[in-house]
Write a protein that binds this ligand. Structure first.
Ligand code: 5GP
Length: 369
C-alpha cells in the first residue's frame, strides 16, 4: 500500500535557532571555527565544514583555491582532465596551499576512464595520501552507484570518499559501508528542477535531522547539499548536526565562479532631460548539472529518454568570493555566541531549534540598495 507520512517535513525557512545562555563569550573572535573530522574509514581532516558544489560553475579552480586558503573544504568538478587537475595541484604546492581538504570528483558514466584519471593523478602528479574522492550522481539509488563506490573503496583504500546524492536514512546507512561522507539533498538546489519534473525530494531540515542521526550512529558523516539561501541556513544545518554544508548558488555570482560577467540594460521609470534613464545590471550564468545546457556542453546533448532536471539562470553578480566567505565565517561565529557554543563542533549540542510561521521581516526588502 502507498505510504503517506503524515508529519510535515521542514525546510530551512520553517525554523529558527533560539538564542540562549550557555558558555558566555564576549566576542565572536573567541569562537573556534575549525573542527577535526575523524572519518569512518580511518582518515582525519581538519577545517570548517563548508564545501563548494561540484558543479562546472563553482567547482572550478579559482573557487576551490579560495576555499582551501580559508581552511574550508573544496570539490573540483568532474569535467577537468588529469593534466588540468595535476597542473592545479602543482600550482597549489608552489603557493603553499594545503591540498588536504581537496576532493577530486568522478562520475558514474565511464568508470574505467575515471579510474584512469585518478591513476594518472597518482603516478604523474603525486596525488597520494591524504587524498579525497567525491563520487557524483544526481541519483545515488541506482545499483551501479553502489557497485562503483565499492570498487573505488577497494582501489583507493586510504581515501576519504564522499558520495551522493540521496535523501533517506536507509540509503545513508547502506552507503556508509564504503563511504565516509554522504551527500544528502535531492531537489533542494537553486538550479534544480527535480521536484518539478519528478515530484521527488525531501526538505533539508527534516532530511538532515534523519540522516545525521543515522550516519553518526555508525561514525559516518553527512554533507547537507543544496538549498542554502541565507548564511543563517548554514548555521541551521550545523545546529541540526550536519557535518558539512555544500553551496552552489551562493558562490555562483562571484568573480571566482566560471564565466564572464554579463551586462544587461534596463529602462527605468525615471526620466532625465526627457530621456528614460537606462540602468545597467551585472549577472553571471549559473546552470544545473542536469540542465539541457550542461547536457549539451558535457554530454553531447540530451538523450531522448531524459528530461532536463536543471535550470539555466542568470544570477546577480556579487563581487569577490572573499566577501561571502567572510560573511559565512562571521555569521557562524555570531550564531555560536547567540547559543553559547565556543566551537562549531558544539553547535548541535547547544542549539534549540524552533518551528516558525514567519522567518524574516521582509517589509523593506524591495528598497534594498
Ligand atoms: P544550491 O546551493 O545552488 O542551492 O545547490 C547546489 C546543489 O544543487 C548541488 O551541489 C547539487 O547537489 C544540486 N544540483 C546541481 N545541479 C543540479 C541539477 O541540474 N539538477 C538537480 N536536481 N540538482 C542539481
Amino acid at each position: 500500500m502507498t505510504q503517506l507520512l503524515p508529519e510535515t517535513h521542514l525546510d530551512y525557512s520553517d525554523i529558527l535557532i533560539k538564542p540562549k545562555m550557555g558558555i558566555n563569550m564576549n566576542s565572536r573572535k573567541d569562537v573556534s571555527l575549525t573542527k577535526e573530522f575523524k572519518f569512518k574509514h580511518g582518515q582525519v581532516r581538519t577545517g570548517l565544514g563548508i564545501f563548494n558544489a561540484n558543479m562546472a560553475t563553482v567547482g572550478n579552480f579559482a573557487t576551490v583555491k579560495k576555499l582551501l586558503v580559508k581552511g574550508m573544504f573544496a570539490t573540483l568538478h568532474k569535467h577537468y582532465n588529469a593534466d588540468e587537475i595535476g597542473n592545479f595541484l602543482n600550482q597549489c604546492r608552489i603557493e603553499n596551499i594545503s591540498l588536504d581538504n581537496l576532493f577530486i570528483t568522478i562520475g558514474l558514466k565511464n568508470i574505467n576512464q575515471e579510474f584512469d584519471k585518478l591513476e594518472t593523478l597518482e603516478s604523474k602528479y603525486k596525488w597520494i595520501s591524504p587524498r579525497n574522492i567525491c563520487i557524483d550522481a544526481p541519483n545515488f539509488y541506482i545499483p551501479k552507484a553502489l557497485d562503483i563506490l565499492e570498487k573505488t573503496r577497494q582501489k583507493f583504500n586510504d581515501a576519504v570518499i564522499m558520495v551522493g546524492n540521496i535523501a533517506s536514512g536507509d540509503m545513508c546507512l547502506k552507503l556508509l559501508d564504503n563511504a565516509d561522507i554522504i551527500k544528502c539533498g535531492i531537489g533542494s538546489g537553486s538550479a534544480c528542477l527535480t521536484r518539478k519534473q519528478t515530484g521527488c525530494g525531501v526538505p533539508m531540515v527534516s532530511l538532515i535531522n534523519e540522516c545525521a542521526d543515522i550516519a553518526h550512529s555508525v561514525n559516518g558523516h553527512i554533507c547537507a547539499d543544496g538549498g542554502i539561501v541565507d548564511i543563517g541556513d548554514i548555521c541551521k544545518a550545523f545546529c541540526l548536526n550536519a557535518d558539512f554544508v555544500m553551496i552552489g548558488g551562493m558562490f555562483a555570482g562571484t568573480d571566482e565562479a566560471e564565466g564572464e560577467i554579463i551586462e544587461k540594460h534596463f529602462t527605468t521609470n525615471e526620466i532625465i532631460d526627457g530621456q528614460p534613464v537606462i540602468q545597467t545590471k551585472q549577472f553571471k550564468q549559473y546552470y544545473g548539472m542536469s540542465s539541457e545546457y550542461a547536457n549539451n556542453k558535457f554530454a553531447g546533448g540530451m538523450c531522448n529518454y531524459k528530461t532536463s532536471e536543471g535550470r539555466e539562470l542568470l544570477i546577480p553578480y556579487t563581487g569577490t568570493l572573499d566577501k561571502i566567505l567572510q560573511d559565512i565565517t562571521g555569521g557562524i561565529a555570531s550564531c555560536c555566541t547567540y547559543i553559547g557554543a565556543s566551537k562549531v563542533k558544539h553547535m548541535a549540542k547547544c542549539a534549540t531549534l524552533i518551528k516558525v510561521n514567519n522567518q524574516l521581516n521582509k517589509v523593506f526588502e524591495k528598497y534594498s540598495v
